[in-house]
Design a protein around this ligand. Structure first.
Ligand SMILES: Cc1cc2nc3c(=O)[nH]c(=O)nc-3n(C[C@H](O)[C@H](O)[C@H](O)COP(=O)(O)OP(=O)(O)OC[C@H]3O[C@@H](n4cnc5c(N)ncnc54)[C@H](O)[C@@H]3O)c2cc1C
Length: 341
């Protein structure tokens, strides 16, 4: 990509649900918009659960992750924002003229009147199974995400973890796998109550408090054929044959560019303190989605959408103090007259 010295009204950092919806809404507010995303594809965290069913986005019937990403991208492109993919923002400075200078790891410079931070918890790095040599099975049957449910059909699957992902995959795979065993180091699960209850009532075998202690390779060394499951209190071991292991131990996100608190941004527990209007402690910088922290935060897709709209409205007022507080009813926008439904 050639250096783009244009000064944008709004630069959105992060191309997940918050960033993509902000890009759409920003266009609706007639703001010249750019999105910078570290990954080579848009969609944010939804990319780690492309095959999972998403039930809780208003107005959408149960939809899988891929479908939602594709619809978000379509919507975000309505007003043709500039998209810079594969660039990690590493610094933000305010120039003498008040504009922001954003630098990325590709040594590119971006210029903007306002910034919306939609970085989620940062660039996602998945927590790996803490067993020496286990990484060799990542190309065969050790999975950190599920990209193709079909590969588990009629297989014996062991899932390690106790959060939303582990519970969701257990429920998705239970009807199609030969067996599903969930191993978790605590008796309580962190997933949504309804889905935890569904898992408990199903044929999923739940082993708590257990953790995977070792893996045994098949004779040809290419895949895992058995896992050693150790009781977390009495340390008794249980050996289980398996065709596939799915590990959902959460993420170790990289939000390092906020470590030195650029422009005095207030970071609390790796999230940004915001006002209800999504203003951060640095004027002209707003936040939306999982990165933001205020008394009504909901770290879910629906929450990200609302906050994206609020952040854009705040950015609009920052640039044009006399502008309307929020966008007119969407159907009034001229752009929609050319869009058929
Ligand atoms: C397994 C799992 C299942 C879930 N299921 C559901 C569900 O069913 N329903 C629901 O509502 N929510 C669900 N969630 C939560 C939902 O995915 C998040 O709330 C949502 O993705 C938050 O969107 P976001 O845009 O704020 O952040 P993200 O989706 O995390 O996107 C942030 C983007 O910013 C990019 N980025 C970060 N730092 C930089 C940087 N320095 N430079 C450039 N780019 C950067 C990242 O690469 C990423 O693409 C689930 C989450 C997980 C992990």
């Amino acid at each position: 990509m050639v250096q783009d010295n244009t000064c944008y009204d709004v630069t959105i950092i992060g191309g997940g649900p918050a960033g993509l919806y902000a890009a759409f809404y920003s266009g609706m507010r007639d703001l010249k918009t750019k999105v910078i995303e570290h990954e080579k594809e848009l969609g944010g965290k939804i990319n780690v659960y492309k095959e999972k069913t998403i039930w809780d986005v208003g107005g959408l019937p149960p939809t899988n992750g891929s479908q939602l990403i594709s619809q978000l991208i379509d919507q975000s492109s309505t007003f043709r924002p500039t998209i810079a993919l594969g660039e990690q923002v590493v610094d933000i400075q305010r120039m003498n003229n008040g504009l922001f200078h954003i630098t990325t790891n590709k040594n590119r410079n971006h210029y903007s009147k306002t910034i919306i931070l939609a970085t989620g918890y940062g660039i996602l790095r998945q927590a790996k199974l803490n067993i020496e040599g286990a990484e060799v099975f990542e190309t065969s049957n050790l999975h950190y995400t599920v990209t193709n449910l079909e590969q588990f059909r009629q297989k014996h699957v062991v899932i390690s973890g106790g959060g939303n992902s582990a519970v969701d995959w257990a429920n998705e795979l239970e009807p199609m796998a030969k067996s599903v065993t969930v191993v978790h180091r605590r008796d309580q699960f962190g997933g949504h109550e309804t889905f935890v209850a569904r898992m408990r009532q199903s044929s999923v075998d739940i082993l708590t408090p257990y953790a995977i202690d070792d893996v045994k390779a098949s004779p040809d060394g290419c895949c895992i054929e058995q896992v050693t499951l150790k009781h977390c209190e009495n340390e008794q071991c249980h050996f289980q044959e398996t065709d596939a292991v799915i590990v959902n131990h959460g993420y170790q996100p990289d939000l390092s560019f906020l470590d030195h608190h650029p422009l005095g941004l207030q970071v609390e527990e790796r999230r940004l303190r915001t006002s209800p209007q999504m203003e951060t402690s640095a004027s002209g910088i707003f936040a939306a989605g999982d990165i933001s922290n205020h008394s009504s935060s909901i770290p879910l897709i629906a929450g990200a959408f609302t906050e994206a709209g609020l952040a854009v409205n705040a950015a609009k007022l920052y640039i044009h103090p006399n502008a309307a507080r929020y966008a007119r009813v969407s159907s009034h926008n001229d752009r929609f007259k050319t869009t058929t439904v």
